[in-house]
Design a protein around this ligand. Structure first.
Ligand SMILES: Cc1cc2nc3c(=O)[nH]c(=O)nc-3n(C[C@H](O)[C@H](O)[C@H](O)COP(=O)(O)OP(=O)(O)OC[C@H]3O[C@@H](n4cnc5c(N)ncnc54)[C@H](O)[C@@H]3O)c2cc1C
Length: 467
């Protein structure tokens, strides 16, 4: 085993030395707050780092990276803590936590925004929506902008405005050698290509600069629910109906047991339901007109699709993915929703046991598919739909059964798997990472890794090993 992997203890003298050049908090196992700060969003991950470096700015990140290099520490990098497999915490070693770096600056005239690496999606939306502008990002507001962007970034307005990476103008980054760099189309374009989908493999991004797009602030959005028994008809209608819809419309199909959330009538709670959640990124009246056929199809048991502020819509799924519950995800892309796939969806939907297990079936396409496959490291632009199958429980109790359900659902879809989105992978091994990028892009990413991180210092991620 390498020295890096073994490094579990860190000597006090070197930490005292680090403290002289560090403005943020250094937290060690005996310190107050250690248990709070070692936690990540996925409660099934329980690791004990030797040191947590809570960075307040670029200088702290430089100091932390140089310290970790010198001490040969296993290094985890953390933005919003939402890595499904828990890559942002390690046993022994160091966590470089960007969480305190919350700076956001909107330039409404230039329609750009700069956001530091600790910003969460809801925080970014709050600032940009104050000007009726938005960066396309994900669907749960407590997710970190950093990890999400570096993997690609799918969300409610991507079909109209592209992925998060398609709106990225530049990054500031600290390399594995502890050097500061910028990357954009003009500066270090190879690195800029790599950070648009290649994850945290090439360095620690300290700040992102995005292009902004017009949005709302009022949008026509929300879920329409049907009883699961109606799912076969609803899904067939949905599949045909969305083919004629414009890029302004984005939908996610979800299946779960209805939970006791605001607006959900008590008699529905605990019942198996299927919902189509929509967001129309255009004038509210156009969205209302477009969504009428969906809202009146069959016998909806609940309709919460209505005009609302985009920031409110963005919170739709927040309560369903609380910090600390136990999460397991399996994901795949498929080309289309054929009858076989619909049958699988219906069958596994009926088998949901846990009140917090669910799936999200993402409609892809639109602006995402119009960017050339080789323009960014992100792959899977031609996917028709993305499955996100979440087998969840509130604690260890029942978790294994949920994992089994998720694996079985995913395996049943096996004949139809195409690509997979790297941010929806668990710890699944090199073949799956290669599959996420495709062989050609994977080789290009490896070459880039050799250039920017030849010792694989940044290895706690969906790792692209240099050799
Ligand atoms: C509830 C939930 C909802 C989600 N919804 C969406 C969605 O709508 N769309 C979507 O595209 N994805 C979504 N995801 C997946 C999400 O994009 C990834 O989990 C992402 O890694 C989260 O980023 P983070 O900063 O919160 O995570 P962290 O756990 O902090 O970081 C994850 C990894 O990203 C890398 N990383 C983080 N910060 C930096 C940095 N500053 N520099 C370099 N590398 C860094 C590291 O390798 C780290 O291990 C969701 C995940 C969850 C848990």
């Amino acid at each position: 085993m390498s020295k890096i992997a073994q490094a579990a203890s860190i000597d006090d003298a070197s930490v005292d030395d680090l403290k002289t050049s560090f403005r943020g908090q250094i937290i060690r196992p005996a310190d107050a707050g250690y248990d709070e700060h070692r936690k990540v969003w996925n409660g099934s991950i329980d690791r004990r780092p030797g040191l947590i470096a809570r960075c307040t700015g670029v200088a702290d990140v430089l100091a932390a990276v140089r310290f970790a290099r010198k001490q040969e520490l296993l290094t985890a990098v953390r933005g919003g803590r939402h890595s499904f497999p828990g890559h942002s915490v390690c046993d022994g070693g160091i966590v470089i936590d960007l969480g305190p770096m919350k700076g956001i600056r909107v330039d409404p005239e230039a329609r750009t925004v700069r956001a530091q690496a600790g910003v969460l999606l809801g925080e970014l939306d709050r600032e940009t929506q104050a000007f009726g502008l938005a960066v396309p990002a994900g669907i749960v507001t407590h997710t970190g902008i950093a990890g999400l962007t570096l993997g690609g970034g799918t969300g409610w307005i991507m079909r109209k405005y592209g992925l998060t990476v398609d709106n990225l103008r530049s990054v500031d980054l600290v390399t594995a050698d502890g050097e500061f760099m910028k990357a954009s189309d003009e500066e270090n374009p190879d690195l800029f290509w790599g950070v648009r989908g290649g994850g945290g493999n090439f360095g620690i991004v300290t700040e992102f600069e995005f292009r902004l797009n017009l949005l709302g602030p009022q949008v026509m959005a929300g879920p329409v629910f049907w009883a699961m028994q109606e799912a076969p008809r609803v899904l067939r209608f949905y599949r045909d109906w969305i083919t004629g819809c414009p890029d302004e419309l984005m939908t996610i199909v979800t299946q779960r047991k209805a939970s006791a959330l605001p607006g959900v009538p008590p008699e529905l709670v605990g019942k198996h339901v299927l919902a189509v959640v929509a967001c129309y990124a255009g004038p509210v009246e156009d969205g209302e007109r477009l969504l009428r056929p969906l809202k009146s199809f069959g016998s909806p048991v609940l309709d919460l699709c209505m005009p609302k502020p985009f920031v409110v819509h963005q919170r739709t799924f927040d309560a369903s993915f609380r910090h600390g519950w136990w999460y397991y995800v399996r994901s795949c892309d498929v080309a289309e929703l054929n009858d076989d796939i619909i049958d699988i969806v219906v069958e596994y939907g009926k088998r949901i046991l846990s009140p917090i297990t669910s799936i999200a079936l993402w409609q892809m396409g639109g602006a995402v598919a119009r960017v050339g496959a080789s323009e960014t490291a992100f792959s899977g632009r031609n996917a028709g739909f993305t499955f996100n199958i979440n087998g969840n429980s509130e604690s260890a109790e029942g978790f294994e059964a949920e994992r089994e359900w998720a694996r079985a659902y995913w395996s049943a879809l096996g004949p139809y798997h195409t690509s997979v989105y790297v941010n929806f992978l668990m710890e699944e091994g090199e073949d799956r990472i290669r599959r996420a990028y495709g062989a050609e892009k994977y080789d290009r990413l490896k070459a880039l890794k050799r250039k920017y991180d030849r010792t694989n210092f940044f290895r706690l991620n969906q790792n692209i090993a240099p050799d």
